[in-house]
Design a protein around this ligand. Structure first.
Ligand SMILES: Cc1cc2nc3c(=O)[nH]c(=O)nc-3n(C[C@H](O)[C@H](O)[C@H](O)COP(=O)(O)OP(=O)(O)OC[C@H]3O[C@@H](n4cnc5c(N)ncnc54)[C@H](O)[C@@H]3O)c2cc1C
Length: 380
């Protein structure tokens, strides 16, 4: 049986996130886009409203959200502002390794710390020589007694400077290369963590990214997640869960750009009639609406597939991530075109959405890398 309707719980999730976005995100999105500051006030409100740490088990202070229900929330955050939305959602990325591979004791301890502090965490994979190619990671964590000595250099790390802890990927045996990649929880109060710089960027300006160096950081051995050499698989399995979230954020931003430009097209009069009365404009709007519906259908299918453990869930997550973010880029660009001079101005949010969604084609694996995942899967 196919049923595209949401149940009462899911409708409640959509309503909760949508009203939060209307109250806290929409009125502040341009302010944070300009200030490039982390929106702590909104994150604290998100904690109060129960929007943080969706997939964490309820017994550890989360909400036990399925990937599908998480995607419903992320679409609403994306419609408000992806930059602020990612400040709320990035914990999902950083905490998923702990969710997938942490022991009961580790989960209780580290989820507990984040929830109690109402804090955020950071996922530290990318390095100067390891972007798309995760196997190029050079950071090391060498066991010495009951500690791992962490040395390395990460870049583009979302939440880096504002995090309570980092989830860091490093080699425990450099001679074995990526086969020894391992994941660690690295609390920020340990000595030797240097925030080198903050990234200046095109969009999603409410979120912060840092270049970070670890100098002989003594990480307790009990902070290793899932055993030595499990890092690569943990990193990939994390993306299988979180890429649907990027798709949903993209979808929300596309929806917002489309709705704003639709209203504009109905009301902007040129040559004595609304611009929407011109087929050239009306067809752009039709394409935008169709692309958004298709992206939502794929995102929902990917989320449903993960939740139901289907064999093609990883491929579908990659498809949804690249398709929805490509759609968001097309829709946002067309929204600017429909609104023309006003669309290009900072008086309306569509130019910001156009800048914001570009990043969704890049992070959590570029869209070329997603196509690599899909093509490998269908050609094997
Ligand atoms: C704002 C922002 C936030 C981020 N947040 C995080 C974070 O929180 N944690 C984290 O660990 N990382 C994060 N990243 C890093 C992000 O995941 C990487 O930027 C991304 O994976 C691409 O790596 P790269 O930028 O080094 O590009 P490169 O890997 O150098 O790629 C350059 C180009 O080559 C293409 N390319 C590379 N290899 C192939 C191939 N085999 N086939 C086809 N095309 C290929 C890419 O698609 C791209 O177009 C973030 C990045 C940004 C910009």
């Amino acid at each position: 049986m196919i049923d595209f309707s949401l149940d009462k719980t899911q409708e409640g999730i959509v309503e909760k996130y949508r009203s939060f976005a209307q109250k806290w995100i929409v009125p502040n999105r341009m302010k944070y886009d300009e200030s490039c500051e982390f929106p702590w006030d909104i994150v604290k409100e998100a904690y109060k409203a129960g929007l943080m740490n969706g997939p964490i088990p309820k017994k550890f202070g989360g909400h036990d959200y399925s990937i599908f229900n998480g995607a419903l929330g992320s679409e609403e955050l994306g419609a408000g502002c992806i930059g602020i939305g990612i400040c709320i959602d990035a914990n999902t990325l950083a905490l998923t390794p702990l969710l997938l591979s942490g022991t009961e004791e580790q989960q209780k301890k580290f989820f507990g710390i984040i929830v109690e502090k109402q804090g955020v965490a950071a996922y530290c994979l990318t390095e100067p020589n390891a972007g798309s190619d995760v196997a190029g990671i050079q950071s090391t964590a060498i066991k010495k007694g009951d500690k791992y000595i962490l040395n390395g250099h990460k870049r583009f790390i979302t939440n880096g400077e504002v995090a309570t802890f980092h989830t860091v990927f490093a080699l425990t045996d450099p001679e074995r290369g990526a086969r020894s990649l391992s994941a660690f929880v690295v609390p920020m109060d340990l000595d030797g963590i240097e925030i080198v710089s903050k990234l200046r960027k095109m969009g999603q300006n409410a979120s912060v990214q840092n270049e970070i160096k670890y100098h002989d950081v003594e990480v307790p051995a009990e902070n290793l997640l899932g055993g030595e050499g499990r890092g690569f698989i943990i990193a990939m399995k994390t993306f299988d869960r979180t890429r649907t979230g990027v798709a949903a954020l993209s979808l929300g931003a596309a929806r917002e750009a489309y709705e704003i430009s639709l209203e504009w097209a109905k009301n902007r009069i040129q040559f004595g009639k609304p611009i929407a009365a011109n087929q050239a404009v009306a067809f752009m709007l039709a394409d935008m609406a169709t692309q958004i519906e298709s992206a939502r259908a794929l995102t929902w299918k990917a989320a449903w597939s993960y939740d139901n453990g289907t064999k093609d869930a990883s491929k579908l997550a990659a498809m949804a991530k690249y398709y929805a973010s490509d759609v968001a880029m097309l829709v946002a660009t067309d929204a600017v075109q429909v609104m023309a001079g006003d669309g290009y101005s900072k008086d309306y949010p569509v130019e910001k959405i156009m800048r914001d969604v570009k990043l969704c084609q890049i992070y959590e694996g570029t869209n070329q890398v997603q196509r690599l995942v899909v093509s490998k899967s269908i050609l094997k």
